[in-house]
Design a protein around this ligand. Sequence first.
Ligand code: PLP
Length: 438
Amino acid sequence: NEDLQSKYEELAAIDKRHFMHPTTSFKQQQEQGPKFIFTEGKGIYLKDIRGNWIIDGLSSLWNVNIGHGRPELGIAAMEQMKKLAFSSTFATNSHEPVIRLSEKVAEMMPGDLSMTFFTSGGSEANDTAFKTVRHYWELKGCFGKKKIISRKKSYHGVSVGASSATGLPAFRAFPSLAPDFYYVDSQIESLKNLIKEEGADTIAAFISEPIQGSGGVNLPPENYFKEVREICDQNNILFIADEVITGFGRTGKNFGMENFDAVPDIMVIAKGISSGYAPIGGMVISEKLKNELIELSEGVFMHGYTYSGHPMCCAVALKNLEIIEEENLIGNVRNMGDKMQEGFKWLKDRHEVISDVRGMGLLGAIELMKDKDTNTSFEQPLSVKVVEEALNHGLLGRSIIYEGQDTLAFAPPFCINKEQVEKIISIIDTSLTKVLKG
Ligand code: PLP
């Protein structure tokens, strides 16, 4: 359609001139312009301005969990904005949506995690957690306890604090990141050794995603988090779980850590709390930590964002959580997740180049390798080509390339059905076959 194409071209020219995209190369943006300009979404599908509907195989940024196009969330936003678009939550100010949402989050949380500080997203929430743990140790008179330990291949966001905690080297390739961040391998010995080397009295907290997302959908070793919990307790180190991707149902349980029998002291949330319909994240602290902070603190914790607990975002998040519960969407994650993981295994049996399939719930990955017997990777990552080919068949997925990893990642919306899972598997199958033939 010529009209749609000319509308695309008009917008693409403006995009190139004025819109600075997140995570893109300046050069590529100028040479190629936007690949898609999305105009609409419905369920697991997104529509491009040129009229094509494609499957959103990653729920956009692992966040549109309930799926696209739910008018109830728009109505919740409008009703709140008509009444009260904004008021502050600083100091002793409050409003009903933030109160109700913090209660709802506490109800869903495991263990005694019960009090939430709200932010606009995951990076701010991680920075908040780092400031909170350091503040806590200072209040306790442990002035040396400042270091934050995270894991290699982790992703915690892009603010200065969050990128300093991020283990993926590409995100740390900036000068002057924050000091006092350390990284460990995924074996428990690595954590034990670092604590020994640095001294427990210098370490404030350990942070980890239950399942690493951007690092390639990496599951923890067996019993890892149980042992982490014990080590943290023995050494007076606070344990932060970054549940930005895994929180609110992605793995088939409310929170990812529930799969691994460990309760952190602090949980970081974002994405799925509003399914991307409004920007909101947060840090949840345990009852124990809360009580200690109440007891210890005399001054003000000088930390707060203008949009901490934005009324509209809170109202949207509440409606999102209500829909997830009413429609038993987490039950569907378990059923469709099993189906998707079975489909991945079926693909592995069919394709020599698939060296591993892994995941949990509707979070999954397919690992590609030229020769799995000799551990040889493709010269040019295959996942990039498969993702490109899959787009020609109407599926949006993600390629993750990292130190020999050549991974296809998928995390479709929770509202997906059996036929749609089969469609995703069939597109991957076709795309992989085609790319290998080419
Ligand atoms: N933590 C994890 C595990 C994430 O996956 C992300 C984003 O992808 C973040 C933190 C950062 O969240 P945001 O992009 O909302 O700042």
